[in-house]
Design a protein. Structure first.
Length: 320
């Protein structure tokens, strides 16, 4: 049985041919023009990238929540030890009260001569204060641990649900994009765009920026991958974070978070290795000199070496 994508292409070709046969020369206008298809593809790609960056940010938040949960679990043993100690003390108070009755001022005063009265009163106050501290410690330990654990579980549950929702949205958008690419290819052939690995000279740039730029050049031609940070595919922030990881610097896998993690610079101050941000920090590329960036454009396309003015940048960042 033919692959669904092959069947879809055949259907598009058949429908296009039918339209031309049925309506004559004017029927060509019935099929979407390359410009119309490109517009739809760009809109779908933009939506997908927005979802991708939301997904990436949520994964960062979820990892933080998981780290907090691990930290809490590690604190469980000392918390349990403190709880056990407090429980023993509280049980001792309860047993003493049951066996002997609550220790009161009269009992202390009556026990011994008057010379030690002040000392016995001080002892009474110390016992009362210690008992209350033990009870407070017991209550605080129990409530604090239970509340923190419940809050983390609730947060993680909510974030897992959001990750699932975003993954579902991503799958639908990718399917829509694949259909649009198939329509364009079946009706008009593949678009003209640089693809394949880079064969030109990689600029020699000193320091860590040079390592990041060299890494980026070596990824040209690899496919876009939703939420990916290599080694076989990347999304936009996955590429920039992987490039700088190769230079020994850590960047979050999210364009907006990378904007916050980098120092603000002007366009006139741009140097190779700096990051260029677009669409209100929903897209990012790495500047490689000569007025060009390397970026992972969108689903269905490869990593490209292209002009910095693919759209109007909204900011520039230098890795600290």
């Amino acid at each position: 049985m033919p692959h669904p994508r092959t069947r879809f292409r055949a259907l598009v070709v058949a429908l296009t041919a039918f339209a031309i046969t049925a309506s004559g020369a004017t029927a060509a206008n019935a099929a979407p023009s390359p410009a119309e298809l490109t517009k739809k593809i760009e809109a779908a790609s933009t939506t997908l990238e927005n979802v991708t960056e939301q997904y990436n940010k949520l994964r960062i938040d979820l990892n933080k929540t998981k780290a907090e949960a691990v930290k809490l679990e590690k604190s469980l043993k000392p918390a349990q030890a403190a709880l056990a100690a407090a429980t023993v003390k509280v049980d001792t108070i309860a047993d003493t009260t049951y066996m002997q009755g609550r220790i009161g001022p009269l009992a202390v005063i009556a026990n011994g001569d008057s010379q030690n009265l002040l000392e016995r009163l001080a002892t009474l106050e110390q016992i009362a204060r210690s008992n209350q501290q033990d009870i407070d410690a017991y209550t605080e330990t129990t409530q604090s641990f239970a509340e923190r654990k419940a809050a983390l579980q609730q947060t993680q549950k909510k974030q897992n649900a959001q990750v699932t929702e975003l993954a579902t949205r991503k799958k639908k958008i990718e399917g829509d994009l694949e259909n649009l690419y198939d329509m364009r290819e079946a009706a008009y052939g593949s678009p003209t765009e640089d693809t394949g690995s880079y064969t030109g000279a990689i600029p020699s740039i000193p320091g860590s920026a040079g390592k990041a730029v060299t890494f980026a050049f070596n990824q040209i031609g690899k496919p876009y991958g939703f939420g990916d940070a290599g080694p076989d595919s990347y999304d936009c922030s996955g590429l920039t974070s992987a490039a700088w990881a190769a230079a020994g610097k850590s960047l979050p896998h999210n364009a907006a978070a990378q904007y916050s993690a980098t120092a603000r610079i002007s366009r006139s101050d741009l140097q190779p290795g700096d990051l260029v941000f677009y669409r209100n920090n929903a897209h990012v590329g790495i500047y490689v000199g000569g007025g060009k960036i390397i970026d992972a454009p969108s689903a269905g396309r490869d990593i490209l070496h292209r002009t910095i003015d693919i759209m109007t940048p909204n900011g520039y960042g230098r890795v600290k």
